[in-house]
Design a protein around this ligand. Structure first.
Ligand code: CAA
Length: 379
């Protein structure tokens, strides 16, 4: 068993680290404060290839493996989780979903712009009354021959107002339950598609989260992804990969907070010595580093399994459930190491603590991941 990264992996990791430090860090506190979407930063991420990392180069992507994606996600998330959620949704849900299940025409139409960040995408599954219970879709896509008529509301949609392409999950044949659900590609500007107000959030405040309303939106049938009734399985399979992205985001939030705590502990003096000379702090740092290393290995294992086309559903759920807990625990401890400074914005760790929480909620809550894991164990 080899644990070493390739030269290419190390280059990608360094490129992401440098970009995060040079471009993302300077404005991150301001963007969080004012809930400003990182438009220019996302444009640059697209240019550098971070938004379509795994997409085939023939559709404008980087043709990289999932391990590279995990490494880049960790580095971007160390500094700005609002940028990394855009990166995660665009890469793992939207690009991967279209590339894996879309028609050739859909791939040619959408992927080159999505993979380079000229446009970004959104994934629309959650509803006011269907979050974890994702089969209970109330949004309807009524079959009208050559098109669908879409009606309903989606909630908490990442890239809600900034996306141009929306993958919308909706019920076509309610009598068939989850087998009657479809996934449709909806474009901004289609008549009847309205973006609701922006959510005022605890964390990832730079990311753009909205409700979406569909009022008799006419969607051509050629915009359906997969066969009639494939929508639920499309959502589940896409989210299985998405969870590696969010696990890596959680890993990055944790390692970002740990690095800040470590650096601070070397500077701050108390009781006549730097606080890293006190065992109380040393043990915190040891726990953080150990937990982060375990989370990193779970993320990389899930990515490796995906790259090898193995069944990675349980591995991705394990990575997400563990890394998101590590993100929560580590960021709380990083604030504690910083003491009073940890509670103010200039020191970054309070933001990382707020950002960590969402990783236990979106793309399947911790409880949903445990359903996925336990079902696999008991099957
Ligand atoms: N891959 C392929 N098929 C899958 C699958 C997977 N990973 N998981 C389930 N399925 C299939 C099942 O095999 C079953 O098919 P058959 O009937 O043909 O056997 C079908 O889907 C229904 O599966 P279940 O019976 O397991 O469905 P369930 O109602 O018990 O729900 C669940 C299972 C795991 C709880 C699921 O509903 C779920 O994952 N919920 C969470 C939804 C979620 O992650 N939402 C996140 C919103 S998106 C987001 O956050 C993006 C963002 O912007 C950041």
């Amino acid at each position: 068993m080899l644990f070493n990264l390739t030269e290419e992996h190390l280059m990608i990791q360094k490129a992401a680290r440098d970009f995060a430090k040079d471009v993302l860090k300077p404005g991150v506190i301001e963007r969080d404060e004012h809930q400003t979407f990182p438009k220019e930063e996302i444009r640059q991420m697209g240019e550098l290839g971070f938004l379509g990392m795994m997409v085939d180069p023939k559709y404008g992507g980087g043709g990289m493996d999932c391990i590279s994606y995990v490494l880049a996600m960790e580095e971007i998330s160390k500094v700005d989780a609002s940028c990394s959620v855009v990166m995660s949704v665009n890469n793992s849900l939207v690009c991967w979903g279209i590339e894996t299940f879309g028609t050739e025409a859909q791939k040619e139409k959408y992927l080159p712009r999505l993979a380079t960040g000229q446009i970004i995408g959104a994934f629309c599954l959650s509803e006011p009354e269907a979050g974890s219970d994702a089969t209970s879709q109330k949004t309807t896509a009524i079959d009208k021959g050559d098109h669908y008529i879409l009606n309903g509301t989606k909630n908490w949609i990442t890239n809600g107002s900034t996306a141009s392409v929306y993958l919308v999950i909706a019920q076509t044949h309610p009598e068939k339950g989850h087998k009657g659900i479809n996934a449709l590609i909806v474009e901004k500007g289609m008549p009847g598609f309205v973006v609701g107000p922006k959510e005022n959030k605890l964390g990832i405040r730079g990311s753009d989260t909205h409700s979406l309303m569909f009022d008799n939106v006419k969607v051509p049938k050629e915009n359906r992804i997969g066969e009639d009734g494939f929508g639920f399985k499309f959502a589940m399979q896409t989210l299985t990969g998405g969870r590696i992205g969010i696990a890596s985001q959680a890993l990055g939030i944790a390692s970002g907070a740990y690095e800040l705590a470590l650096a601070y502990s070397k500077e701050r003096k108390a009781f006549g010595k730097t606080i890293n000379q006190h065992q109380a702090i040393q043990f915190k740092l040891a726990d953080m580093a150990t937990q982060i290393e375990a989370a990193r290995l779970l993320c990389l294992k899930a990515a490796w399994m995906k790259d090898k086309h193995l069944d990675y559903g349980t591995a991705s759920a394990m990575a997400k459930v563990f890394a998101s807990k590590v993100a929560m625990d580590t960021t709380i401890e990083a604030v504690q190491v910083h003491g009073g400074y940890g509670f103010v914005k200039e020191y970054h760790v309070e933001r990382l603590m707020r950002d960590a929480k969402i990783t236990q909620i979106y793309e399947g809550t911790t409880e949903v991941q445990k359903i996925v894991i336990s079902r696999a164990l008991l099957a």
